[in-house]
Design a protein around this ligand. Structure first.
Ligand SMILES: Cc1cc2nc3c(=O)[nH]c(=O)nc-3n(C[C@H](O)[C@H](O)[C@H](O)COP(=O)(O)O)c2cc1C
Length: 276
């Protein structure tokens, strides 16, 4: 049931929903938009019908258009967006402070607005919500890594983890978790066609909003490899569903570093094929 409901008093019969629906399943019946029951399974749950209706007449999937954010004034200034994109940096030094749960849920909510190849809101977020729990998880994770290293079971290509383990054991230098207070993992069910892409795009939203809120983030391939390739039992510790593919992992928290300027980059090449 997709719960497609039209408020006939608010509907101006403009047919925008009919034109916008990517599955082309909305029809006009007696001048009112309508989805035949046998077509409901073709709905990709994008909610464009709700978003495109000028009068806010359409609700779907139980979502009332009254609860959407109106898009009247346009998006943030392009200069501000460019500044955020260029000014964001990877954070590798964090304060040992928890972030307010409300701020974290705002970030996860924004992440869920990302485009998805799977369409169906199937991204799952696993969150370590306290510094204390991060410290405990790190201990468990490094214990498992130590076993893999000592039994010489590091898979080919991951031999460098031996040096990382040594840095921790000899000097307590945390190359993997960076002593961050929080970690978030985006995962998707295996039957999703684009699990990794969807996860990465969602975490990109998360990262940009987090940075705009003064928080620091770090994509961590090292943690992803640790929990997927080296010590997959850690997925159980984290309670990640067995049928899920881990898309990506991100550390975040209040930064203990301040950047005073952007870095500078140029695209390596821009390929403009000569197509006549
Ligand atoms: C997919 C991905 C995985 C990464 N994994 C790690 C990691 O495990 N540890 C780390 O310190 N940095 C990691 N980084 C951060 C990169 O090193 C960083 O983005 C790059 O040096 C550019 O710096 P910037 O993000 O400040 O622009 C990763 C970045 C990406 C995009």
């Amino acid at each position: 049931m997709i719960n497609f409901i039209v408020n006939s008093e608010k509907c101006s019969k403009c047919r925008q929903c009919v034109k916008e629906c990517p599955s082309e399943i909305i029809q006009m019946e007696k001048d009112i938009p309508f989805i035949p029951q046998d077509k409901e399974k073709e709905c990709i749950k994008c909610q464009h019908c709700l978003a495109v209706c000028p009068g806010g007449a359409i609700s779907i999937l139980g979502f009332d258009p009254e609860n959407s954010i109106e898009i009247n004034a346009g998006f943030p200034d392009p200069g501000e967006m460019e500044f955020l994109i260029k000014g964001r940096r990877s954070t590798r030094r964090f304060k040992k402070e928890n972030i307010d749960a409300k701020e974290v849920s705002k970030l996860i909510n924004a992440a869920s607005y990302a485009p998805t190849g799977c369409n169906a809101m199937s991204i799952h977020f696993t969150l370590i919500d306290e510094y204390k729990k991060m410290a405990r998880f790190r201990e468990l994770a490094l214990d498992q890594l130590r076993i893999v290293v000592s039994e010489k079971k590091l898979p080919r290509g991951f031999e460098f983890f031996e040096g990382i383990m040594k840095k921790w054991d000899d000097d307590k230098i945390d190359v993997i978790f960076r002593d961050a207070p929080h970690l978030i993992i985006a995962s998707c069910p295996k039957d999703c066609v684009t699990p990794v892409e969807d996860s990465i795009i969602a975490l990109t939203n998360f990262e940009l909003l987090a940075n705009s809120m003064g928080l620091g983030t770090l994509w961590v391939g090292l943690v992803k490899w640790l929990i997927t390739e080296l010590a997959p039992d850690l997925k159980k510790v984290l309670n990640i569903p067995e049928n899920h593919i881990v898309g990506y992992v991100m550390l975040f928290g209040k930064p203990a570093v301040k950047f005073y300027r952007t870095i500078q980059r140029k695209p390596e090449t821009i390929n403009i094929p000569n197509i006549n």
